[in-house]
Design a protein around this ligand. Sequence first.
Ligand SMILES: C[S@@+](CC[C@H](N)C(=O)[O-])C[C@H]1O[C@@H](n2cnc3c(N)ncnc32)[C@H](O)[C@@H]1O
Length: 203
Amino acid sequence: MALNNLETITQDMRRLDAFLREGLDDANKKGISLNRTKHARLLNMACGRADETEVLNKLLLEKSESTELIGVDLRHREIEMAQTRWTNLGEKSDAQFLNFDATKLNEHQSLQDKNDIAFFRHQNFWNGPKIWREIFENSIDTVKEDGLIMITSYFDKEHELAVKELTDQGLELVSDIKNEQSRLILPSCEKSVDRHLAIFKKR
Ligand SMILES: C[S@@+](CC[C@H](N)C(=O)[O-])C[C@H]1O[C@@H](n2cnc3c(N)ncnc32)[C@H](O)[C@@H]1O
């Protein structure tokens, strides 16, 4: 990866870390927080290269003794990149990256029932509502009753659509914040990195 690209990603990750903490603090004001648990498991759906793996792991480790992060994406190349990059998160943590169609998540028995968080960075609901409805439904099913569902979005309309979909699916919205520091992807466009964050719980 080119150095300037790496620097940009590092800065995005710094902003994402702060943004996730802001969202969790906001949820906390409503009495909702990340589970304190011995072993935390997070499902990172449609994770692509999963740049955010270390940021997520650090957050989980503040509340648990050990962690497991499972990334899923259709794109083989991105999954390979994630696998190569995140081989060693330290002795308390394990990360796996799986290359399969997330609409088929319910066919993967070992990924059911035990997840503390289903995370979707830059979810893509607006681009394929039928497929994403299924991805959301299957993922929510795997989250523990007291777990969280978190999404980030690149632009306002897609965020609005995804939030509506998830609340229509019966989730309770516990935080919905905008990142004023978010990096514009192109100077003139309304699309930026981790522009919105929404956190939901099951009812
Ligand atoms: C907007 S990108 C976000 C990628 C990554 N989370 C990020 O923030 O950079 C959407 C991702 O959804 C993945 N995707 C789309 N449909 C999928 C499916 N049915 N199963 C798994 N991944 C899927 C794409 O391969 C792509 O990596």
